[in-house]
Design a protein. Structure first.
Length: 752
């Protein structure tokens, strides 16, 4: 191999032998190439064949010599970018080798050698931008925290200080009874801090501040989620059901003791066979006018109250939802206060309580089953804000329709569908904080001769986490909007607000489920360790997708609310009229579907907020119009409305998702306008662009089918999503630190 011409083969021989395996394909490829080179003598060919003899591989010393020869060339000629370039230098610029350039390039391709990547393996030191990319501090995380916390900053700060105390150290016992008692003790501390009664009237020890209550729920969710649910059951479901459905006599008797946790209680709605179908509940409340009492009864096993928080251990009373029966007539679902235990914890006569036992998560919450065996309660125990029994024993209500009264009653409890997604959001923030900080610190792989690379520098890892970070920021501002809509609600807006809250509960809890799964996988084996908390976050939030209403059912509720715009017109609106609705009501004009716009790919256009919002609005309006058209067609063909809705259920999910994503983006953009700090505004604006484009990319099939975009544009959007992930990466750690999660709550060793 001292022959300069033959030295041209050294790089190829080294690369095929460097992994100690010469494959059959590599052998035949080299053999064929050598055979066809007329400029090589038979003796030289035999020498070359000896170097690819599988039965007699080169020695370690020979491989080392070959590598040394290659490295010398790269040091001498650092600009070399191909294996052929090394071969030419080794051959001392032999004219024959230069003339064989096309043949050697083909050999390189046939062997599957990537020139620049292969050369990188020989560099002693490598200085590349992937290795050098790192986190920076380009803005104040404190200012970002202030922006996120908004008007509730003071109460959020106070809650964080309380849950950071030593007595809130996480309970590690696997004994469920120990865990439940610890969670109960934590609730008592929170009650002493007046966190539980925050939304109650001042007259009964509260602050009349529902905004603070929601902020407390979300902030507590940085800690133990069993605590959050126990807290929410006691002060939210139990307490707020009294406040929302009762009257003064109930307030004065119960609210103060509920707010101090002197009176622990339950919210008993769900039954074994009637989860989301509240109208189908079978528990009865039969009025006895002679002694002015109600008899609460569970008529069969499937009518038992199930999955009731606070029931198995601590609850002394419950708000029980039951069918009101008067003189044999059914007056629909109403709410009643029913005692369960005495002050010593002894279960009362006629009450049968079971324990739901070990669950997938939230094992600090004592979920139980309740059966009522002809339990007698006084007349005053009926929560009578919307209906009551008069002195003659007759049913009265200011709302004549049973149906409307039922939904009005449930509408007052919509706060639970705001608290749950806000809690889920906090869990997603915790998971992302752990995964992103770990990804910034964890190094793996790297160029030959260079340092290992933080895994957050890898484009695929950015793709996994950074769009989810953008989505979490978007959801944060959208939930603030929903909360404010609920607090400032007018009666005429309630149907829209209820649907919006139901939809956001579904959208956010599904999002949290997916985010935590991605965070777990992105942390590899470390994410699987319980000490790093992602497993607890995953398990505890899993139930969020089905309690306070099954998500799939809630999304259908959202779509039916959207369809109410069409309902009165189904019988008279023409098919063309329905289709035109999308163009009459959206900012997007039909002219935007011309070829110039559908193919437009310049950066300014792709990053333009107006383009994003128009695309979201168009999808919302078009899917709704399409659904309305299809339902009308089905009904006109003779199908019953119930059957028609069943046929289009998959389409209904698309409508609700499009509606919610438009709301989320709209509120994200509105929130950004109010950010005063220039640097914070700049990075959060990039997040809004990433959220918008990643959702468009996710739904690109729909946009392509509809003709709103062409393939050239969706490809450009994919590239822009990649680029935004890369640009946001240096700020990713600062963005999660902006959540300001206490280290004692975060607790994961990989994130500290």
């Amino acid at each position: 191999m001292e022959n300069p011409k033959l030295k041209a083969f050294i790089p190829f021989f080294y690369l095929v032998w460097s992994d100690d395996i010469l494959t059959q394909k590599e052998f035949f490829t080299l053999q064929e190439f050598i055979n066809f080179q007329n400029w090589i003598s038979q003796k030289e060919k035999e020498l070359l064949f000896s170097k690819i003899n599988i039965l007699d591989p080169p020695s370690r010393e020979e491989l080392t010599d070959w590598k040394y020869e290659i490295e010398k060339v790269i040091q001498l000629k650092p600009s070399i970018r191909s294996i052929l370039g090394i071969s030419i230098v080794l051959s001392k610029n032999d004219k024959i080798i230069k003339d064989q350039k096309p043949a050697f390039i083909k050999l390189e391709n046939d062997l599957g050698i990537l020139g620049e990547e292969a050369i990188g393996n020989f560099r002693e030191t490598t200085n590349i931008f992937t290795s050098n990319y790192q986190s920076v501090n380009r803005f104040s995380t404190k200012k970002l925290t202030q922006i996120l916390d908004g008007k509730q900053a003071a109460i959020i700060k106070k809650v964080k200080s309380v849950i950071s105390r030593p007595e809130f150290a996480y309970e590690t016992s696997t004994d469920t009874d120990v865990y439940r008692e610890k969670v109960y003790d934590w609730c008592k501390i929170l009650a002493k801090e007046n966190f539980g009664n925050r939304a109650f009237p001042k007259k009964y020890g509260g602050r009349e501040n529902i905004a603070d209550y929601f902020a407390i729920m979300e902030t507590l969710s940085y800690h133990d989620l069993s605590l959050v649910i126990k807290f929410g059951v006691q002060f939210g479901l139990w307490g707020m059901s009294i406040q929302s459905l009762g009257t003064e006599k109930h307030f004065s008797k119960y609210l103060k003791d509920i707010g101090t946790l002197k009176l622990p209680g339950c919210f008993a709605m769900t039954e074994t066979h009637h989860g989301s179908n509240v109208k189908g509940l079978e528990t009865t409340a039969t009025y006895n006018h002679n002694d002015q009492t109600f008899t609460i009864h569970t008529p069969n096993e499937n009518a038992q109250k199930e999955y009731i928080g606070n029931a198995a251990k601590h609850g002394q009373m419950a708000t029980v939802f039951a069918k009101l029966i008067i003189e044999g007539n059914d007056y629909g679902i109403n709410a009643f206060i029913v005692p369960l235990r005495d002050t010593n914890g002894k279960i009362l006569k006629g009450i049968t309580i079971g324990d739901c036992g070990l669950k997938m998560g939230l094992n600090g919450v004592d979920n139980g089953t309740i059966r009522f065996g002809n339990v007698v309660i006084p007349k005053d125990n009926m929560l009578d804000r919307f209906a009551w029994i008069n002195e003659k024993g007759k049913f009265e209500s200011p709302i004549p329709s049973d149906n409307r009264r039922f939904f009005t009653m449930l509408g007052t409890l919509v706060g639970g569908r705001i608290g749950i997604p806000r809690s889920a959001l906090a869990a997603a923030k915790s998971g992302l904080t752990i995964a992103i900080i770990y990804s910034d610190q964890r190094r793996q792989f790297g160029p030959e001769g260079g340092s290992e690379v933080p895994i957050l520098n890898y484009r695929m890892h950015q793709r996994r986490l950074i769009p989810l970070l953008a989505k979490t920021y978007a959801i944060h501002f959208a939930l603030q909007y929903v909360t404010n809509r609920f607090i400032d609600r007018k009666e005429s807006e309630m149907q829209e607000i209820e649907a919006l809250a139901a939809g956001m509960k579904a959208y956010v809890t599904w999002s949290t489920r997916d985010i935590l799964q991605e965070c777990r996988e992105a942390c590899g084996g470390k994410g699987y360790l319980s000490e790093n908390r992602i497993d607890t976050l995953k398990n505890d939030t899993e139930i969020y997708t089905t309690f306070e209403g099954d998500n799939t059912v809630l999304m259908q509720l959202v779509t039916k609310s959207r369809l109410s715009e069409f309902r009165k017109s189904f019988g008279e609106m023409s098919t063309m009229g329905i289709i035109n609705y999308v163009y009459e009501n959206a900012k997007t004009l039909i002219s935007e579907k011309n070829p110039i716009v559908t193919r437009k790919t310049d950066d300014d256009h792709l990053l333009d907020n107006e383009f994003h919002l128009n695309a979201f609005e168009y999808r919302e309006k078009a899917t709704l119009a399409s659904l309305a058209k299809r339902i009308k067609k089905l009904i006109d063909s003779g199908l019953e409305p119930y059957d028609a809705y069943n046929v289009v259920q998959h389409q209904m999910a698309d409508v609700s998702q499009a509606y919610l994503e438009r709301i989320i983006l709209e509120q994200f953009l509105t929130a950004i306008k109010s950010i005063k700090d220039k640097k914070c505004k700049e990075v959060v604006s990039k997040l809004s662009q990433l959220y918008a484009l990643s959702q468009i990319e996710r739904n690109k099939g729909w946009y392509l089918e509809d003709g709103y975009m062409e393939a050239v544009k969706t490809k450009a959007i994919r590239k822009m999503v990649n680029q935004l992930c890369w640009e946001i990466r240096p700020d990713a750690v600062s963005l999660v630190k902006g959540f300001d999660i206490p280290e004692s709550c975060l607790a994961a060793p990989i994130a500290l």
